[in-house]
Write a protein that binds this ligand. Structure first.
Ligand SMILES: Nc1ncnc2c1ncn2[C@@H]1O[C@H](COP(=O)(O)OP(=O)(O)OP(=O)(O)O)[C@@H](O)[C@H]1O
Length: 270
């Protein structure tokens, strides 16, 4: 079923609605790095429990938009924003928002795996320990559940107390996903999570994203169009800081409604 078509601000919109409605609502959102505008009036809803891919050529604003969702951009000097982003009814840019709390609800996974220089178990339990949880049993249960959730348990269950930096790159990235889900977030924001991984590790992460679908709402930035086509339900195509087309992934890749999207997905520029 197609969602609404809305080209009032130039975006052609035909998303697949999630069975549980939308979770994030980005409304007329703009962002400036100093004088330079990087995002222009973005309007999009992220459907709950679905996987949403952000695609577009280098510099089009994908990472900027992803980081705007959990206010990771906040610390950049000279940054300003306009418009709103809502998580359910919470105004993410509202004055009284607890940004630390917000980031707990939105786990983030980066391009390069960034495990902390501590044991595998301590990495995963980190978000709980930061919250002051010390009960060993609770911590161990969470570690097991999160590692199982990240499809890493079988590979590491006998060396939970070894340093995480001894894991392979692909294992480290799954560990980072385990750490992100240990805090029980609603949203997982992934910024090119496979770009530093080999094809086998990449395919494991893609399988994992598929398994996490439904439980979490996932927003993934990717340069890899095959990956966007394989893992996502909806795809947002961005160009020069604007959201050009946002729709059901199968339509975006086979029969997009906008010529620019067609040119990009068929590799005519990028
Ligand atoms: N910290 C920053 N300070 C100033 N300008 C920035 C900063 N980060 C990004 N930009 C600019 O904002 C624009 C969008 O960058 P962004 O990294 O969001 O694009 P992207 O689509 O994620 O690119 P890529 O695919 O290459 O990672 C670019 O013009 C970039 O130079």
């Amino acid at each position: 079923m197609m969602g609404r078509s809305d080209d009032s601000n130039g975006t052609v919109y035909h998303v697949r609605p999630g069975p549980q409605g939308s979770l994030l609502s980005i409304e007329d959102f703009s962002l400036w790095y100093g004088q330079a505008q990087a995002l222009f009036d973005i309007n999009m809803k992220v459907e709950k429990g679905l996987v949403t891919a952000l695609i577009g050529p280098s510099g089009c604003g994908k990472s900027t938009l992803l980081r705007a969702i959990n206010r990771m951009n906040d610390l950049i000097a000279g940054l300003s924003t306009g418009g709103n982003i809502y998580l359910d009814s919470l105004d993410i840019y509202g004055r009284d928002v607890d940004v630390i709390g917000l980031r707990k609800v939105m786990g983030m996974v980066f391009q390069k795996p960034n495990p902390f220089p501590m044991s595998i178990a301590d990495n995963v339990s980190y978000p709980l320990r930061v919250d002051g949880i010390r009960d060993r049993r609770t911590l161990l249960e969470t570690v097991e559940k999160a590692l199982k959730g990240a499809a890493l348990w079988d590979e590491v269950k006998d060396r939970l107390h070894e340093n995480a930096l001894g894991l392979s790159g692909g294992q480290q990235q799954r560990l980072c996903i385990a750490r992100a889900i240990a805090g029980d977030p609603e949203v997982l924001l992934m910024d090119e999570p496979c770009s530093a991984l080999d094809p086998v590790a990449t395919s494991k992460i893609e399988d994992l994203i598929d398994e996490l679908r439904g439980r979490y709402s996932i927003v993934i930035v990717t340069h890899n169009m095959q990956q966007a086509a394989r893992v996502s339900d909806n795809t947002a195509f961005m160009y020069l800081g604007k959201l050009i087309e946002y729709g059901e992934t199968s339509v975006i890749f086979t029969n997009p409604k906008v010529e620019k999207t067609m040119e990009y997905v068929t590799g005519r520029f990028g």
